[in-house]
Design a protein around this ligand. Structure first.
Ligand SMILES: Cc1cc2nc3c(=O)[nH]c(=O)nc-3n(C[C@H](O)[C@H](O)[C@H](O)COP(=O)(O)OP(=O)(O)OC[C@H]3O[C@@H](n4cnc5c(N)ncnc54)[C@H](O)[C@@H]3O)c2cc1C
Length: 267
């Protein structure tokens, strides 16, 4: 790791101003991705701006229609928060499936979403649950947030402050985890918003997306066997040492089918 300046601001304004003044700055959330990247010298920032002292980025606000979660909230807090468990149980169960205990105690919601790792779990929930991403200056719809491999709609210097998820009538997350890291080889979140089905997918393509062809079929009939003939020609499937594109396409069908079976049983 190369030498860098470390800062720990206590407000968003201070963090933004430090970012503007530094030569090659980067924000630090839980550090679960950033620190190994710096150790491997894949990133060598001049200034690391630790966001963990900004209280404005903490807290969970639950209402009947939405759940708003501060970007610094770690995965284990989301897994174990009683209000999230009762209002948006799918998000708690998704968080429980992330990595291991150490990763869940350090990794943050904001860091995971900002990173847009193609195999991360939360992105499926952001697109499926009609989430809104809040930054210092604006809101960004979850539908347009993930743009490409490790690329989001965030501008340089922009900080995710919180994420607000809409509460569906019922929802299920299914993932096929990599046995070593627990990252999703493919993960799907199927949500039912009073009869409107949304399918969020992670792991399958360069970034999370909604499987709109599947949604169209499922919105006609919520039948686990209704997707068999669907080719998903619009999806560019990832192919790497963990799984071929063909295997991921098959997994996507299997996981959505399992999710529908589970969703229907929630009635
Ligand atoms: C061994 C291991 C296993 C893992 N398994 C899984 C898994 O199964 N599923 C899964 O989803 N994830 C997994 N992860 C990822 C982990 O859960 C974290 O979510 C991820 O590392 C990023 O979150 P972080 O808070 O650590 O961010 P950091 O590492 O601190 O930052 C990551 C990036 O996001 C930026 N950033 C951080 N916070 C913000 C913010 N609020 N606003 C703007 N930019 C920000 C940083 O500048 C950096 O570019 C795993 C990680 C490890 C090390």
């Amino acid at each position: 790791m190369q030498l860098f300046n470390y800062h720990k601001p206590t407000s968003l304004d201070e963090a933004s101003s430090l970012y503007r003044m530094a030569e090659d700055p980067i924000y630090l959330g839980g550090g679960m991705t950033l620190i190994p990247t710096m150790k491997q010298r894949l990133a060598s920032p001049t200034d690391v701006i630790d966001l963990s002292g900004i209280d404005q980025m903490r807290g969970v606000v639950v209402s009947r229609k939405s759940v708003s979660i501060g970007a610094l909230t770690c995965h284990n807090e989301i897994a174990n928060n009683a209000e999230i468990q009762s209002t948006l149980p799918v998000l708690s169960s998704l968080a429980k499936l992330i990595g291991d205990n150490q990763v869940r105690n350090r990794g943050t919601l904001g860091g995971s979403i900002a990173n847009s790792d193609p195999a991360a779990d939360y992105p499926a929930s952001v697109v499926a649950l009609g989430a809104t991403i809040y930054t210092q200056d604006r809101t960004i719809s979850g539908d347009v947030f993930f743009q490409a491999l490790f690329e989001t709609a965030l501008e340089p210097g922009e900080i995710i402050t919180r994420v607000e998820f809409q509460v569906p009538t019922r929802a299920v997350y299914q993932k096929f985890p990599n046995p070593a890291s627990r990252y999703a080889v493919v993960g799907v979140l199927v949500a039912d918003f009073a009869g409107e089905i949304r399918v969020g997918v992670t792991g399958a393509g360069p970034c999370a997306f909604r499987a709109r062809d599947m949604e169209a079929v499922l919105n006609r009939a919520l039948d686990p066997d209704g997707l068999q003939e669907l080719g998903l020609s619009e999806v560019e499937f990832n192919s790497d040492l963990h799984a071929s594109g063909e295997y991921r396409a098959h997994l996507l069908h299997v996981l959505v089918r399992r999710a529908i079976v589970e969703l229907v049983a929630l009635d």
